[in-house]
Design a protein around this ligand. Structure first.
Ligand code: BGC
Ligand code: BGC
Length: 590
């Protein structure tokens, strides 16, 4: 594996630039604004250091060219400022440049974990960097190095594994894939720290509307909640991937919405400053999460002072940047935040911008636009899909012969949006034809020819449509973050009904599960002859057909264990349970 231990050759340049900066220019660098909340002229007027697209933060007409133009307009404005400090644009390309219509969408990290393939993950990250830079984006809010311990969490699929070692291997591979290759792209390792270890039912945040602390709405039962681990457990399970990422050259880390032992991470000076910047020697910059500092205290001044003094270097405001700037300015004038702390934050930000080469090449690489969603990029995604599919059961059915007649059914069979899951074109994702790609049904048809395949989503076929083999694709509807918190983990009733209907019609039934995490599958498993966990494979559904028909073998191994019942959730409960898992970590038939 490559290592990009950051050579600090730019310290003199950083220092010289800092000397010339006014307080307004410094605080501007520390400010990150959401793109719809600011015009390019104001990004220049306020010396804004960074602009972001949140999930679904797309231009009106969502094409790669319009994305590039949107980002360029902010960079051009930054080039008109007195010191011409480049602005850095950031977005969540968590499985490919997934907001952009037409970009390749890779399987989510839960699936990459099942590949166990660090070289593949590096290539995935590098392709993502190329598609980002084609649109002028130098900063990817990825990888998540969360180590999810409770699969009820709506962000489980953003994690590579429940196992810290596997997260370390693939997380550092991803950082290297973004940062060590051309074009150099900044990784944001997230969410620091212990986001995968929060406890069900502990989520609360400050409601500006109701003036009290409460759960932030539907879902949100564990996302943004409280991690109650002791320090030794927190370090062993959740901190270790950050140590590895820093050694691999990580220059940006995003702080988690969650709390540790009752205190919001954004206020944890010990963990952010003493441990991360001191003990682990992190010399990059810390970015807050989306409006997260507002959750520290109902008084905004207190929130800002606490967060910056805890060690936050840049704040994802993301809306009212004028309020943030005036509040932090007042805090400096009143001596509640020291000039030393401001200078340290700005140095860290400038260091990353110099390291990226942005002072010489601020505009990214629009020569790469023809590569966005290219056949070569899709080929790597297809490889990832094949290698991540885990075969859980096979009673003499797979691989399917290519001259077999097939009945295909299920809510996921011909549904690109469901295949992609959350963080796909929109923050929450969506059903149906959200972008360009190949559904699993299309992949099957391309492999064996359309004439042999009959498809009905609900599994309702005419009497003369007979076949010995049926394939049903079912699974979770798209979701992201706390809206995906789920206390039951069962398949939707309609999905079970389709499986039962198909069971009546065919001799051999193959069930393919699309999901962002293990679900409770005892019932559908019993009804099937073969069962495949295909996770959230993204745009290249052909990869699923490749393994079904034996063009490539099944090699995927579970990166998360499948529990037998909800009593075996979260992971510590499973580890203590006498019956063991239904399918343990590492399981997978060949
Ligand atoms: C944005 C996401 C963000 C979320 C936070 C959404 O509106 O699109 O990027 O993560 O809000 O709640
Ligand atoms: C998420 C982050 C994301 C940010 C920007 C937040 O809601 O927690 O993972 O990077 O939004 O979209």
């Amino acid at each position: 594996m490559h290592s990009s231990r950051t050579a600090l050759t730019n310290e003199a340049e950083v220092e010289a630039l800092l000397q010339q900066m006014t307080l307004a220019e410094k605080i501007g660098q520390m400010t990150q604004v959401e793109k719809n909340s600011i015009q390019p002229e104001d990004a220049a007027n306020y010396f804004i250091g960074s602009v972001l697209s949140g999930g679904g933060g797309n231009p009106q007409n969502n094409t790669p060219e319009n994305w590039a133009q949107m980002v360029r307009s902010f960079q051009e404005a930054a080039q008109t400022t007195r010191l011409r400090i480049p602005l850095i644009y950031g977005s969540d390309a968590v499985h490919g440049h997934n907001n952009v219509r037409g970009a390749v969408i890779f399987p989510h990290n839960v699936a990459l974990g099942a590949t166990r393939d660090a070289d593949l993950v590096q290539r995935v990250a590098n392709i993502t960097a190329r598609e980002l830079q084609a649109t002028g984006v130098h900063w990817n809010f990825a990888p998540a190095v969360s180590v999810p311990q409770d699969i009820r969490w709506g962000r489980t699929y953003e994690g590579f594994s429940e196992n810290t070692e596997l997260v370390i291997t693939l997380g550092t591979a991803y950082v290297c894939g973004l940062q060590d290759h051309d074009p150099r792209t900044l990784a944001s390792v997230k969410h620091f720290v212990g986001d995968g270890g929060t406890r069900w039912g502990t989520t609360r945040s400050y409601s500006w509307m109701y003036g009290n602390w409460q759960a932030p709405g539907d879902g949100y039962k564990i996302d943004q909640g409280d991690n109650q681990d002791d320090e030794a457990t927190l370090r062993a399970t959740h901190l270790a991937p950050y140590r590895a990422a820093i050694e691999a050259g990580a220059l940006n880390i995003m702080v988690s919405f969650s709390s540790w032992q009752g205190t919001k991470m954004h206020a944890q000076r010990y963990l952010l400053t003493d441990v991360l910047k001191g003990e682990l020697g992190f010399n990059g910059f810390l970015i807050s999460d989306w409006m997260a500092i507002s959750q520290i205290d109902e008084d905004y001044y207190t929130s800002v002072v606490t967060a910056i003094n805890a060690g936050l270097d840049m704040v994802m405001v993301p809306f009212d940047y004028k309020a943030f700037i005036s509040t932090l300015t007042r805090a400096v004038e009143q001596g509640d935040v020291s000039m030393t702390r401001i200078d340290d934050a700005v140095q860290r930000i400038l260091r990353a911008k110099f390291w990226l080469g942005m002072f010489d090449y601020p505009f990214g690489r629009d020569d790469l636009l023809p590569e966005v969603g290219s056949a070569a990029h899709r080929e790597v995604a297809r490889e990832a899909v094949r290698k991540s599919a885990v075969l859980l059961k096979n009673e003499g059915v797979l691989p399917l012969a290519k001259d077999t007649r097939l009945l295909v059914a299920g809510s996921g069979a011909d549904n690109l949006g469901k295949q992609c899951g959350g963080w796909s074109i929109d923050w929450q994702g969506a059903q149906g034809e959200i972008t360009q790609g190949t559904t699993i049904l299309e992949g099957i048809r391309q492999t064996i020819g359309g004439a042999q395949v009959s498809y009905n989503e609900n599994g309702v076929f005419a009497d003369d449509e007979r076949a010995a083999v049926g394939v049903v694709v079912v699974g979770e509807a798209p979701y992201a973050e706390g809206l995906g918190d789920n206390g039951t983990l069962t398949l939707p009733a309609e999905d079970i009904a389709v499986i039962e209907r198909m069971r009546q019609r065919v001799k051999k039934l193959v069930v393919i599960l699309l999901s962002g995490r293990p679900l409770l599958i005892a019932n559908p498993l019993a009804l099937s002859d073969a069962f495949v966990a295909a996770w959230l494979p993204g745009t290249e559904g052909q990869g699923v057909a490749d393994v079904l028909f034996g063009d490539t073998p099944f090699v995927g191994r579970l990166s998360f264990s499948f529990p037998r019942s909800i009593e075996q959730v979260p992971l510590p409960a499973l580890k203590q349970h006498p019956d063991g898992a239904m399918f343990p970590f590492g399981y997978g038939l060949s």
